[in-house]
Design a protein around this ligand. Structure first.
Ligand code: FAD
Length: 432
């Protein structure tokens, strides 16, 4: 027998938790009295902040979906001043929901090293409705107070506080959804908890599954024991190695930079494969957005001292040759059990190098194998950017970083739009 629910949410990161709160009893309306943006003045006081047409001022904003950008513009105005978003209790439109996640509250912040710092100022990591208390988190200096950062441990604690606001009987942590089937009009979920399997039947399915699967190169030896695919794994492995061990870093983005900084902390020798194109184009480089971001924030030594240092090493490797070697335009093609990495470069012989650890940082993807084959696509991008609903499957929604968005502040709006859409549909159904 399956347990019935109106909406099933998968994921307990910021997106999953916020969706749960909105379905539970929260909404946001426009506070005209505090509104600083003339473009929004047509929205009356206490109007729900839904909109289909974005003003042109949004064109250059870094959010990936219009919905995310729209909500963010009510959250922050001109670098960090909060603006005209007013939370409101919405008990009469409560939706019956259940949340399942194979992690604790906080989602992917559980997979990073506890000292991993945020790139965003800490107050941009807040979920609207629960302020992050300055004195309750570890903070790291920046040029101005409103650019201060925090870290993964502090965020885990914050998300645990957030979770405490939600009804515990609806939250199912350490529950993995292992299969999803579509039996219209229902979504059938197979959920595993320890060794127990249960079935859930839901009208609406919200995937807030993040991007938790590291990208692999698919070369021989990538699964050997001296190879890592996340920062947390790389840091744990490097801690155990003797100083002066040889760490090969594959990747040139922000995670690669974090591993390089940690390797320096443990006094290891670092080798890195870097493309000539990245060094010449720097922040104009578009092939990988994380590399582009490293080049960009690496220009800000006070706010991002570690990234600044790594960028300097990448640009001037000869000055750091005692502990940093750069392999320009090489490719890693294989690893073997003897801890040899085989590199190649166009028109040159294979170059074997002896390593102690190899850290891959090639980005992350969403875990798609749980979805029916017919829904699985190369990316999960077949959804409407305004409504976050799948373009092929009604009542299937995507929220958060699994839509391809990078920064939390630019995808919190997904949860809002999804919850409002579900509330409206259920209201219309009941009325009919
Ligand atoms: C090193 C690093 C630094 C970052 N710094 C910043 C920053 O400064 N600012 C910022 O805004 N963003 C930052 N990010 C990105 C940020 O971590 C993510 O954008 C954010 O955590 C995504 O939230 P989410 O809710 O979409 O997904 P996640 O937090 O990834 O949560 C996904 C959830 O889905 C669950 N899940 C997945 N599949 C299943 C399944 N089959 N069954 C059950 N549960 C499942 C997972 O367990 C997890 O709980 C950083 C990322 C990295 C890697």
């Amino acid at each position: 027998m399956a347990t019935d629910t109106t909406a099933a949410i998968i994921g307990s990161g910021a997106s999953g938790l916020f969706t749960a709160q909105l379905l539970n009893h929260l909404t946001f309306v426009h506070n005209l009295k505090q509104c600083l943006q003339p473009d929004f003045h047509h929205m009356l006081h206490l109007d729900t902040i839904l909109n289909e047409h974005l003003p042109p001022i949004f064109d250059k904003r870094p959010g990936k979906t219009s919905t995310g950008q729209w909500f963010d513009s009510f959250l922050y105005h001109h670098a960090h001043k909060k603006t005209c978003l007013l939370p409101k209790k919405d008990h009469c439109r409560h939706i019956d929901w259940l949340l399942f996640s194979n992690q604790a509250a906080g989602g992917s912040w559980h997979t990073y090293d506890i000292n991993q710092r945020t790139i965003s100022p800490y107050h941009w990591m807040e979920i609207p409705g629960l302020p992050i208390k300055k004195n309750a988190i570890r903070r790291y200096t920046a040029l101005t107070d409103d650019r201060e950062k925090t870290d993964a441990l502090s965020l885990r604690q914050y998300f645990t506080q957030y979770q405490a606001q939600l009804p515990p009987h609806r939250l199912h942590f350490n529950h993995e959804v292992i299969e999803i089937k579509h039996n219209p009009p229902y979504w059938m979920l197979t959920v595993k908890h320890h060794n127990k399997i249960s079935m859930i039947r839901a009208t609406y399915l919200i995937l807030a599954i993040g991007q938790t699967e590291p990208t692999w190169l698919n070369i021989p030896g990538e699964d050997l024991s001296f190879v890592s695919h996340t920062n947390a794994q790389a840091i744990q492995s490097m801690k155990k190695l003797k100083p002066n061990s040889h760490i090969l870093v594959i990747g040139t983005g922000l995670s690669a930079a974090d591993t390089i900084s940690a390797a320096q902390h443990y006094k290891h020798h670092i080798s890195q494969i870097v493309s000539h194109q990245l060094l010449t184009q720097q922040s104009q480089y578009t092939r990988s957005s994380s590399s582009h971001r490293l080049m960009y924030i690496g220009n800000l030594p006070i706010e991002y001292p570690h990234q600044y240092h790594v960028k300097t090493m990448m640009l001037y490797p000869e000055k750091f040759k005692n502990h940093y070697t750069q392999y320009l335009d090489y490719q890693l093609v294989a690893l073997d059990k003897q801890k040899i990495a085989y590199l190649i470069k166009e028109n040159q012989a294979i170059k074997p190098i002896k390593v102690d650890h190899v850290a891959f940082h090639l980005g992350y993807q969403s875990q798609r194998s749980i979805l029916p084959k017919s829904i699985m696509t190369d990316n999960l991008n077949t959804f409407d950017h305004q409504t976050l609903e799948s373009t092929d499957y009604p009542n299937l929604f995507l929220a958060g970083s699994c839509t391809g968005g990078w920064f939390q502040r630019f995808f919190l709006g997904h949860a809002f739009y999804i919850a409002e859409t579900i509330k409206k549909r259920e209201y219309m159904k009941n009325k009919a």
